[in-house]
Design a binder for this molecule. Structure first.
Ligand code: NAP
Ligand code: SF4
Length: 648
């Protein structure tokens, strides 16, 4: 299980919660766990007061985690992460005083004495980790953090023995490893996370990476893990549009160059993907982080040959990384119990009830499976022919195909838990009142129509008609509404059916050089301009897409830019007629002569049944989009379903 910060590290009572979180994963069959990054000193903080390990009193708290994990036979290493110039605080340091493009704080350049002190701090941190019961450490040498900054010319402009030649630039990690090995002895695992593909200008060359791997082996590293891309790189490395195992080829290039095991990582989210990577000789070991948030039982299910039971990570980042970057506790969109295990006891409810759940979208599905797990008799009513609700649209967006997996998981779980699923069934008050102990209404949302002259013109289409493929869309399109669905619709319309979604297409589109002939592994991206002319508009003055996910929004914006989608902010819509869409932009009245205008103007709640029940004095539980349509997303819907299952 790969390293991932959860935010519990800094929370009051967080170590108890982390112990349970890691214990569940160890019990679930993980062999070797790496914790989230821990700073070796204050300068190395990721953000102010984030986790560090510099004292014995801090080390003692870690034994809660290590004891919990060891009970289940797993091993656990603590990651030592010095954030370098990515530290989001005024104390941050770097090899040279060069500000990171993604940080507003400028680093102080470490003095020669400071470099030596930092190395000693790494060693002290490793010793304290051992005291805390860890089986070893992972030295974070990738993603553009301090060690990576020493290695790359991009960030190391030093003139002393820590800069200049490659021999000098790699001295910092090698000294750290040598000293840790010397002080901690042979019976202590040292994993090194090596940046094998920087994806930034003036990153490492392939020859340098191979040389460093060999020197690390000599210095005493036991296992080399793969790091892909600096945080400031403008290439997606883990988001959902990255093909599964889309970077295993990088680790494969290093196979055979060293005699210690290599771990590969990034977008490996199902057992068959991991097996294929191993069979193809890409690596000796596979690391996954987010997939274990999504399903702590992943390994046990894989071992039993039941991958269909796995709750698959869809690589959305919405509840894990996006939370961490906003200083919130991580969780998981498809498994809101993640990092909140202690809030949701596994015991059955004291009284088994008969429940009706109306609506088979994410909220209703989540309520159904969690209520059934708690021992209730669940009846799920869905008006259409299939479960999934809005997920049935999301899964059709290029790059979001992983949503198929979530629907597969819910179907499997409903069947395993013997939930009574009634498809094609629209229920009214008389079907419900007096027949169930509790009623949960998760009737979802419907697209909002807008009061615009010509909104009923034949050119006007709703986003659900478009994405479901029910209508043919012309070559020139205007999209009203640039929220998540406006962006998704633009993405959908900018692709053609003939496109291939192979790894080669991904690497060419995003400018990744698989030959790694230049430093950093970057190449000129190929042109992916859409054959359709697409205009994406909003009334707000803010940047279109500003409200998208913190770690994925830039990818969606970049993707539409590559496709040539034109975005507009501060628009005033006037009318739609045979000519097209009339609007005012920057004080000028304009007409876009388009074939179609697609409405992506948000949603309204579908809650008539709830109101009818209320009028008859029956109190039901209202969840998901039916409760609040504004800013409804799958994360909130699934979490509300889980919570409802614990209050009925
Ligand atoms: P949304 O994000 O609220 O966006 C609605 C859009 O419609 C806004 O751009 C808004 O912009 C416009 N709008 C609202 N009322 C309008 C009106 N009367 N006339 C014209 N335009 C109007 O809703 P959504 O796009 O339907 O997405 C729903 C939820 O799903 C959101 O929470 C979203 O985050 C989530 N989602 C996220 C993603 C993603 O992260 N990639 C993808 C899909 C869905 P103006 O008011 O400025 O015109
Ligand atoms: Fe995976 Fe999304 Fe869950 Fe993160 S929130 S673990 S990316 S499914």
């Amino acid at each position: 299980m790969g390293s991932m910060h959860t935010g519990l590290e800094e929370e009051k009572g967080g170590f108890e919660r982390m112990a349970r979180y890691f214990e569940d994963r160890a019990k679930g069959g993980v062999g070797l766990i790496v914790t989230g990054g821990v700073a070796p000193n204050r300068e190395g903080w990721v953000s102010p007061f984030s986790i560090k390990l510099t004292r014995k009193s801090e080390a003692r708290k870690h034994s809660l985690i290590t004891n919990a994990v060891h009970q289940h036979g797993a091993k656990i290493c603590m990651q030592i992460l010095h954030a370098g110039r990515y530290g989001y605080h005024p104390l941050c340091v770097a090899p040279s005083k060069i500000k990171a493009p993604i940080n507003r704080f400028s680093p102080r350049a470490l003095s020669r004495w400071g470099v030596k002190r930092t190395i000693r701090n790494y060693v002290r941190c490793a010793k304290l980790a051992k005291m805390g019961g860890y089986d070893g450490v992972e030295i974070m040498g990738s993603e553009g953090y301090l060690i990576n900054e020493f290695i790359a010319k991009r960030t190391n402009h030093r003139k002393d023995e820590w800069g200049g030649s490659y021999e000098n630039r790699m001295r910092f990690p090698l000294e750290i490893v040598r000293e840790i090995r010397k002080e901690l002895g042979q019976d202590f695992i040292i994993i090194y996370r090596l940046s094998m593909l920087d994806l930034v200008d003036e990153g490492s060359s392939w020859d340098e990476i191979v040389l460093l791997a060999r020197e690390l082996e000599k210095a005493g590293v036991n296992i080399i893990n793969t790091g892909i891309g600096w945080h400031e790189a403008r290439v997606p490395t883990i988001a959902t549009m990255v093909p599964r195992a889309g970077f295993a080829w990088v680790t494969k290039k290093l196979m055979g160059k060293v005699n210690i095991p290599l771990i590969t990582t990034n977008r490996i989210n199902m057992p068959e993907v991991a097996e294929k990577v191993l069979e193809e000789g890409c690596a000796d070991m596979v690391s996954m982080a987010r997939p274990f948030l999504a399903d702590p039982e992943f390994m046990n299910k894989a071992e039993l040959g039941k991958p269909e039971q796995i709750n698959t990570c869809i690589a959305c980042n919405q509840a894990c990384l996006d939370h961490v970057f906003k200083q919130k506790t991580a969780s998981c969109l498809v498994n809101p119990k993640a990092c909140h295990e202690t809030y949701y006891p596994e015991e059955k409810s004291s009284k088994s009830k008969k429940l009706a759940i109306v609506g088979g979208g994410p909220a209703g599905l989540s309520a159904a499976i969690h209520a059934a797990e708690r021992g209730h008799e669940v009846h799920l009513f869905e008006g259409s022919t299939e479960i999934g609700g809005q997920f049935n649209l999301a899964k059709r967006i290029p790059g979001k195909e992983e949503f198929h997996e979530t629907i597969r998981y819910f179907n499997q779980r409903l069947s395993d838990l013997k939930v009574n699923v009634h498809l094609n069934t629209k229920v009214g008050t008389t079907d419900l009142i007096g027949k169930y102990d509790e009623i949960i209404i998760a009737s979802g949302v419907q697209p909002r129509s807008i009061p615009l002259v010509g909104a009923d013109h034949p050119k006007v289409l709703r986003y659900d008609e478009v994405i479901s493929g029910k209508v043919n869309v012309g070559a020139r399109v205007a999209i009203i509404g640039a929220g998540g669905i406006g962006f998704d619709t633009a993405e959908y319309l900018s692709h053609s059916d003939q496109e291939n979604h192979e790894l080669g297409h991904f690497t060419k589109t995003w400018g990744i050089d698989r030959e790694m002939s230049e430093r950093g592994g970057l190449a000129k991206p190929v042109n992916t301009k859409s054959q359709r002319e697409i205009h994406l508009m909003q009334r707000k003055e803010s940047k279109p897409g500003a409200g998208l996910g913190k770690t994925t929004g830039w990818i969606h914006r970049a993707s539409l830019k590559k496709a040539g989608v034109k975005t507009y902010a501060g628009v005033e819509y006037k009318s739609i007629d045979d000519r097209g869409l009339h609007f005012i932009h920057k004080g000028e009245e304009q007409c876009l002569e388009v074939d179609h205008v697609v409405l992506c103007a948000g949603q309204i709640s579908v809650n008539t049944l709830y109101k009818e029940l209320e009028a008859q004095g029956v109190k039901a539980h209202l969840i998901g989009g039916a409760l609040k349509a504004g800013e409804i997303d799958a994360k909130r819907a699934i979490e509300e379903g889980l919570k409802a299952a614990y209050v009925v």
